[in-house]
Write a protein that binds this ligand. Structure first.
Ligand code: ADP
Ligand code: MG
Length: 343
């Protein structure tokens, strides 16, 4: 059943002296896809990637790459390349020497090395920078050198662990697009670790959201956004996060339920006709819209999204309403109620 997947993790567990790293991690990755491992710090993203890379060996479970069981194989035996947060470039070597380092070690002939170098520098927009040392490059350029090095390795699988977290916001955005384009042009499979939901949602074909060493949900960005399987996913994915309301505060929903609603589905109502009476706690002007934070004793994270600039005084009463089909219904244990709309 699993042969059609390029990478398969089966019931993986890893502990250190009994302390949990990851548990019950199962994942099927089709060839050519971009998979993001997403979740808060310490949830097991890097551990999962290191297990896949062969830098750690699992206590339980099985890992297959391209149909081959590599569970206990050495990292060098897995035919993959890696890009880390720290670029791990040699400071005394030039861009060209850094990119070709692995090829030289593997005794690839010089003519072939130079050809691969040229192609990788072309792809990463670094032609003309061959002779520079890493110290003479910007952060974005250094990260592109690390990418070029991964490209010349010519592997079909590339693992990346928070490769953009040392870059400033603007650069992060542009290198994000570079990486995505590269992955598509080369047709390679990328497994990409990030704690940044925007990064995961914008780059990945498939997002794997983790918490406390376990997978919470696997799906397309749309699936995680539109049908979160529990309240953790609901609050982690999307900006602003989904608001959660105690079911008892809404007519027709019981106390045993938690109701989720996204800002874009919250509508201001005429006085006396709203489903919740709230007060303004803060306003955040974002340019195209203003986010108006609302306080209600039975809800967290309620936000009204208004086009353009629309600042309201703190403490101002606002009534809101929403359509039932836009609500996400969760059970007391936090899991999505299966009969709910959109489930
Ligand atoms: P993330 O990358 O999502 O931030 P990690 O995978 O690095 O999280 O860590 C997951 C858990 O495993 C954490 O509790 C971390 O402390 C623990 N852990 C990771 N590596 C080791 C290690 N080498 N020794 C002991 N505990 C570790
Ligand atoms: Mg990590």
């Amino acid at each position: 059943m699993t042969e059609k997947y390029f990478v398969v993790l089966k019931d993986i567990a890893k502990r250190w002296n009994g302390k949990l790293g990851v548990e019950d991690v199962s994942l099927d990755i089709p060839e050519g896809s971009f998979v993001a491992l997403l979740g808060p710090s310490g949830c097991g993203k890097s551990t999962t990637l290191r297990l896949l890379a062969g830098l750690e060996i699992p206590d339980e479970g099985q890992i297959l790459i391209d149909g081959r069981d590599v569970t206990t194989s050495a990292a060098s035996d897995r035919n993959l390349s890696m890009v880390f947060q720290s670029y791990a470039l040699f400071p005394h070597l030039s861009v060209a020497e850094n990119v070709m380092f692995g090829l030289k070690v593997r005794r690839v002939p010089k003519a072939e090395r130079l050809e691969k170098l040229k192609r990788a520098l072309e792809i990463t927009g670094l032609l003309g920078y061959e002779g520079r040392k890493p110290g003479e490059l910007s952060g974005g350029q250094r990260q592109r050198v690390a990418l070029a090095r991964a490209i010349v390795a010519g592997q079909r699988l590339c693992l990346m662990d928070e490769p953009l977290s040392n870059l400033d916001a603007k650069l992060r955005h542009s290198v994000r697009k570079d990486i995505k384009k590269l992955q598509q042009d080369l047709g390679i499979t990328v497994v990409y670790v990030t704690h940044d939901q925007t990064e995961a949602m914008s780059m990945a074909d498939m997002v794997v959201l983790m918490k406390d060493g376990r997978i919470q949900q696997i799906g397309t960005p749309e699936q995680l956004y539109n049908a979160p399987v529990n309240t953790f996913v609901a609050e982690f994915v999307g900006a602003p996060p989904m608001a959660l309301i105690e079911g008892g505060a809404l007519a027709g929903y019981g106390d045993e339920l938690t109701i989720g609603i996204r800002a874009e589905n919250v509508v201001q109502a005429e006085t006396g006709s709203g489903r919740l009476k709230c007060t303004v706690t803060e306003c955040e002007f974002l340019g195209a819209e203003t986010l108006i934070g609302l306080d209600h004793k039975s809800a967290v994270g309620l936000t009204l999204m208004v086009p353009g600039l629309s600042l309201r005084p703190v403490g101002q009463p606002i009534e809101i309403t929403f359509r039932d089909e836009d609500l996400h219904v969760f059970e007391k244990n936090g899991n999505r109620a299966l009969a709910a709309a959109g489930a």
